[in-house]
Design a protein around this ligand. Structure first.
Ligand SMILES: Cc1cc2nc3c(=O)[nH]c(=O)nc-3n(C[C@H](O)[C@H](O)[C@H](O)COP(=O)(O)OP(=O)(O)OC[C@H]3O[C@@H](n4cnc5c(N)ncnc54)[C@H](O)[C@@H]3O)c2cc1C
Length: 398
C-alpha cells in the first residue's frame, strides 16, 4: 500500500486547486471560512457552478455523467474543496439516492432523475427516520398501500434535514405488515408538492431551521416511483447507508479547522499569554492534531483498499465514529480558545445581514452555535454507539 501521491495525483491536485481559485465565489468562501450559515441559494449556486465543470458526480461512472475519478482523485477533490472553503455539495441527491437509482432503478428512472441530480434541478431529502424508528430503522411504520397504479402513503418521518427546501424525498415505507420487519419495506421517491404532505420545522437551540418533521396524509404516489422490487427496500436502504457514512469523516475540513483553532488560540490571551502557550490547552490541541493525522492515514488506507474492491465496507463505520469525534473535539477547543467571547449570540452576523459582529469579535461570534450544532454528528447517519456495534461484530468479529 502506497500512501504517497504519484506525479499524476499531484498534477491533478494542482488542476483542482487552480479550478477552485478561479471559480469559487469569494462571498461564498468567506461565509464558509467564517462559519456563517448557508442559505438554499448558496448551496444551489455552488452546485450549479461545479455542474458546469462536470465535476459533481465524483463517485459516479462516466456513462451516467460522472467524472469516473478513482478513489484517490475523489479524495483529492474533497480535500481541496475543504481547504479552499467551498460550500458542500449536499449528499442527499448525489451520494445517497443516486447510487441507489443507478444500482436498482429502471432505465426510465435513471434517464429522468440522474441528470437532474447532477444539475441540482431537484433538492432531495432523506425520509428514513421516524419517531419510533431511528437506530431500529426496520421498525418503521409509514404505510404505503397499493391502489391500482398508485400507492397511498400515510405516516410520519422525522429529523428530515433541509426538507423545508426539498422538491423530492426518498422514503422507506411499509408495504407488507405481515412479513418479518425487514422484509415488508419498499423504497419510494415522492414529490414534496403532492397534496397531503406537511413539513413542520424543528427549530434548534441556536434558532436555526435545519431539521423537520414530515407528515403524510393519504399521499398519492405513482407506482413508477417505486425503486426496484416491492418489499425489497431494506436491501437498497442498507446500500445507501454505506455511501452516507463514508463521507462523514471530513478530514480535509478538520485540517482546515485545526489551522483556524491554532490561529484563534494564538490571538486570544489567558493571563496575558496566548491560549496556545497554556500547557494544558496546548496538550489538548496536540492530542487533537495527532487524532486528525491518524484519521487521515486511516482514510488513505481505506481509499487504497477501496480502489481494489468496490464499495464501502464496515470500515465506513470506523471513519464515521472517529471523524465525528474529531469534529466535536475541534468545536469544543474553539469555544475554549475564545472563552467568554463565544457567549453572545449574534444571529444577524451568522446569517450575513451584518458584515461584522456587534460584539466585536467576528471569529468568536459563530463558535457557540457551531459547537452546539456539531453535537448532532455523533447521532446522525447512524449513532456512534450503533457504529461501534457494527465494528465489534464485523471488523473485530466479537
Ligand atoms: C441533526 C440530525 C439530522 C438528521 N437527518 C436525518 C435525515 O435527513 N433523514 C433521516 O431519515 N434521518 C435523519 N436523522 C436521524 C438519525 O439518523 C437518527 O437520529 C439516528 O439514527 C438515531 O436514531 P434515534 O434518534 O431514533 O435514537 P434512538 O435509536 O432512540 O437511540 C437513542 C440512543 O440509544 C442508543 N442505542 C439505541 N439502540 C442501541 C443499541 N442496540 N446498542 C447501543 N446503543 C443503542 C443510540 O445510539 C442513542 O444514543 C437526523 C438526526 C439528527 C440528529
Amino acid at each position: 500500500m502506497d500512501l504517497n501521491y504519484s506525479a499524476e495525483d499531484i498534477a491533478f491536485r494542482d488542476q483542482v486547486r487552480a479550478y477552485l481559485d478561479a471559480n469559487l465565489p469569494k462571498d461564498l468562501q468567506q461565509k464558509v471560512l467564517n462559519h456563517k450559515r448557508l442559505s438554499k441559494e448558496d448551496f444551489v449556486r455552488w452546485h450549479k457552478i461545479v455542474a458546469k465543470q462536470g465535476w459533481v458526480g465524483t463517485g459516479w461512472p462516466v456513462e451516467y455523467g460522472g467524472t469516473g475519478w478513482n478513489a484517490v482523485q475523489r479524495h483529492i477533490w474533497e480535500e481541496e474543496c475543504a481547504r479552499a472553503g467551498t460550500p458542500p455539495i449536499l449528499p442527499f441527491g448525489v451520494n445517497m439516492v443516486a447510487p441507489v437509482i443507478m444500482a436498482f432503478g429502471n432505465e426510465a428512472q435513471k434517464k429522468y432523475y440522474l441528470p437532474r441530480i447532477l444539475n441540482c434541478d431537484d433538492w432531495w431529502c432523506q425520509g428514513y427516520s421516524e419517531p419510533g424508528a431511528g437506530s431500529d430503522l426496520a421498525s418503521l411504520k409509514t404505510r404505503a398501500e397499493r391502489q391500482g397504479d398508485h400507492y397511498i402513503v400515510n405516516g410520519q418521518k422525522t429529523w428530515t434535514t433541509l426538507g423545508q427546501h426539498a422538491d423530492m424525498i426518498f422514503c422507506l415505507v411499509r408495504t407488507d405488515t405481515g412479513a418479518r420487519k425487514q422484509e415488508g419495506i419498499s423504497f419510494l421517491l415522492i414529490d414534496m408538492k403532492t397534496p397531503g404532505i406537511t413539513v413542520r420545522p424543528i427549530i434548534m437551540l441556536d434558532e436555526d431551521h435545519e431539521v423537520n418533521e414530515v407528515f403524510f396524509d393519504n399521499v398519492k404516489v405513482p407506482v413508477e416511483n417505486l425503486i426496484g422490487e416491492e418489499n425489497k427496500g431494506w436491501t437498497y436502504a442498507k446500500y445507501l447507508l454505506g455511501h452516507e457514512r463514508t463521507n462523514i469523516a471530513a478530514v480535509g475540513r478538520a485540517k482546515r479547522e485545526l489551522q483556524f483553532l491554532k490561529r484563534i488560540a494564538t490571538e486570544h490571551l489567558k493571563n496575558g499569554k496566548p491560549m496556545l502557550e497554556d500547557p494544558v490547552f496546548a496538550g489538548k490541541v496536540a492530542t487533537l492534531e495527532i487524532e486528525i493525522m491518524a484519521l487521515e492515514v486511516t482514510v488513505l488506507k481505506v481509499i487504497s483498499e477501496d480502489s481494489k474492491r468496490r464499495g464501502p465496507g464496515p470500515e465506513a463505520s470506523m471513519l464515521k465514529v472517529k471523524g465525528t469525534e474529531v469534529q466535536q473535539m475541534l468545536t469544543e477547543l474553539m469555544v475554549e480558545a475564545v472563552g467568554p467571547y463565544s457567549l453572545p449570540f449574534d444571529r444577524h452576523y451568522l446569517e450575513g445581514q451584518e458584515a461584522h459582529s456587534v460584539f466585536g469579535d467576528d471569529d468568536a461570534a459563530p463558535l457557540a452555535s457551531y459547537y452546539f450544532n456539531f453535537r448532532k454528528t455523533s447521532i446522525y447517519g447512524g449513532s456512534n454507539e450503533i457504529q461501534k456495534n457494527i465494528i465489534t461484530q464485523m471488523i473485530l468479529g466479537l
